[in-house]
Design a protein around this ligand. Structure first.
Ligand code: ZN
Length: 234
């Protein structure tokens, strides 16, 4: 056994969910690394906000600053090559026949988790943490709890290490996610998430709304806005 139960790696995209997950992880584990992927996204804004959010988290808490370790950025351009979806092509976002938005890159999280597992093995990190959520995230099958349980088993068997996949947002809705952020990092974390994280599918950064930057109309902005509205009303 080479991995350490006090160490974790977080799938960190620079969005609201993964930023909240990262704060959750920094609250619990003594050493935390991050991993992000370039895969031919429609826009590079997510990749641009990542270092800004990381720097912001360091400023919120001295212990977070101390715990936050290396950030791994992995080039998975090949994923853009083999997927034909609205996230990687310049087409309109619509719901497809199976009820999934055409932003769905089939199996994307499975690929991400494999790479995170490989880095976790090399770096001695036991826990792989991600913002996967069954509650209101468009029903992506690679975000389901059952998928995560199976994936943890595959990583554990395939690398002979007792990896655990942690999904703190699995049963939360978007309002709960804002509330979780507040409980972890107070007003400072809420402000960091509002100002600096990026969720909009269209890569819109121009206008600043109550809930942050974004086009306000894509499915991702809609979720974020509705979550903020019910969080703010509570
Ligand atoms: Zn949007």
């Amino acid at each position: 056994m080479i991995t350490d139960d006090n160490k974790a790696i977080v799938l960190f995209s620079g969005g609201q969910d993964s930023t909240t997950c990262l704060a959750w992880t920094l609250d619990r584990y003594s050493h935390v690394e991050t991993i992000g992927f370039n895969y031919g996204q429609r826009h590079m804004i997510e990749m641009d906000v990542r270092p800004v959010v990381l720097a912001g988290l360091r400023k919120i808490s001295a212990s977070w600053d101390q715990r936050l370790g290396e950030d791994h950025v992995i080039d998975l351009g090949v994923l853009g090559q083999i997927s034909d979806t609205a996230l990687t092509r310049d087409t309109e976002i619509i719901l497809t026949e199976n009820g999934l938005p055409n932003t769905f890159v089939p199996g994307r999280n499975l690929v991400f988790l494999n790479f995170a597992g490989i880095i976790a093995y090399r770096r001695g990190l036991r826990h792989v943490v991600g913002g996967m959520c069954e509650t209101d995230f468009s029903g992506y099958p690679d975000c389901r709890n059952e998928t995560m349980k199976a994936m943890a088993k595959v990583l554990g068997l395939g690398m002979d290490e007792p990896f655990e996949i942690q999904t703190p947002l699995m049963w939360l809705d978007k309002a709960d996610t804002w509330a979780l952020a507040e409980s972890l990092g107070g007003e400072h974390l809420i402000e960091l998430i509002r100002n600096d994280t990026h969720t909009c599918y269209l890569g819109e950064r121009g206008e600043m709304h109550d809930w942050g930057h974004g086009c306000g109309t894509c499915p991702s902005c809609e979720l974020r806005r509705n979550g903020w509205t019910s969080y703010a009303a509570a």
